[in-house]
Ligand binder design. Structure first.
Ligand SMILES: C[S@@+](CC[C@H](N)C(=O)[O-])C[C@H]1O[C@@H](n2cnc3c(N)ncnc32)[C@H](O)[C@@H]1O
Length: 263
């Protein structure tokens, strides 16, 4: 004999003779209720402000001299500026870091979005070794580094994005446009080319930057800064859509961030 359902509870009788037993019906009801109140997956993640933990991890992975350099670089490319660039890059896919140096920013952008596969290139083999070491220490298994001049062919690709942070003014003036044209070829359709460089106004800001650069590279290497309008015109000529923003700083560096999309 089947027990009568308790009063006030739904019976779910269909009138047929093949109803599931009450315990399985209760399980179904609970499942339906659970599904109707399921909390949706978060649509974005903002685990921390400005990637400060990522910066601390990078500094810890470096020996003392390089750590001091990293602290200077991260104080010049302030966390706010880095966060802007972080948001301009795709959150996954293949990304090229031109003139990666010690791989500080490959390590930064790789930590903030672990699905980025970053290839860093720099002609300085010692810096490349250090970049590999930092990536290893941080467990960034998708990163790779090549000791190469960016003007050389054979960088692989296609890439979803490429970034060039404070490197373009180290490339001789007549080689800058061919390099950007080459980078365009390496990008997927609608790929992003992100350039952070120094513009030439105000003049005192430029002079300040030049002195700082000379401290690093000496007097022999040519430094070829350009006005941000020149970079914009060059990129448009090459077949990019261009957006740019000048970013003021407490130090007098005349930063400019250029986001170019391959048309
Ligand atoms: C001011 S450092 C910037 C390094 C790194 N992007 C950063 O922001 O910390 C300039 C870097 O550009 C690299 N570089 C200079 N000429 C280059 C070239 N032709 N191809 C690739 N990298 C180059 C230098 O070796 C150096 O590591």
């Amino acid at each position: 004999m089947t027990a009568a359902p308790p009063r006030g509870r739904p019976t779910f009788s269909s009138g047929g003779s093949e109803q599931p037993p009450p315990s399985s019906r209760a399980a179904k009801i609970i499942q339906t209720l659970k599904e109707s109140v399921r909390v949706p997956e978060p649509r974005f993640l903002a685990p921390e402000i400005y990637g400060s933990a990522a910066i601390r991890n990078i500094a810890r992975a470096l020996p003392p001299v390089e750590r001091a350099y990293a602290n200077i670089r991260f104080s010049i490319l302030r966390p706010k500026l880095l966060s802007v660039m972080d948001l301009l890059l795709p959150d996954e896919g293949k990304i090229l870091d031109i003139g990666c140096g010690f791989g500080l920013f490959a390590a930064y952008f790789g930590q903030t979005q672990p699905n980025r596969h970053i290839t860093g290139i720099d002609p300085d083999a010692r810096r490349i070794k250090m970049a590999e070491r930092v990536a290893d220490k941080l467990g960034l298994v998708n990163h790779s580094f090549l000791a190469k001049d960016a003007r050389d062919m054979g960088l692989g690709g296609p890439f979803d994005a490429a970034y060039v942070l404070d490197v373009m003014h180290h490339i001789p003036a007549d080689a800058q446009e061919p390099l950007l044209a080459r980078l365009r070829e390496l990008l997927t359709p609608h790929g992003t080319l992100l350039i952070k460089d120094i513009t030439t106004e105000p003049h005192l800001g430029l002079k300040f930057t030049e002195w700082m650069d000379r401290l690093m590279v000496g007097w022999d290497e040519p430094l070829a800064y350009r006005h941000h309008r020149d970079w914009g015109a060059m990129l448009v000529r090459l077949g990019f859509k261009v957006r740019m923003v000048r970013v003021p700083d407490v130090l007098p560096y005349p930063h400019v961030v250029i986001a170019a999309t391959k048309l």
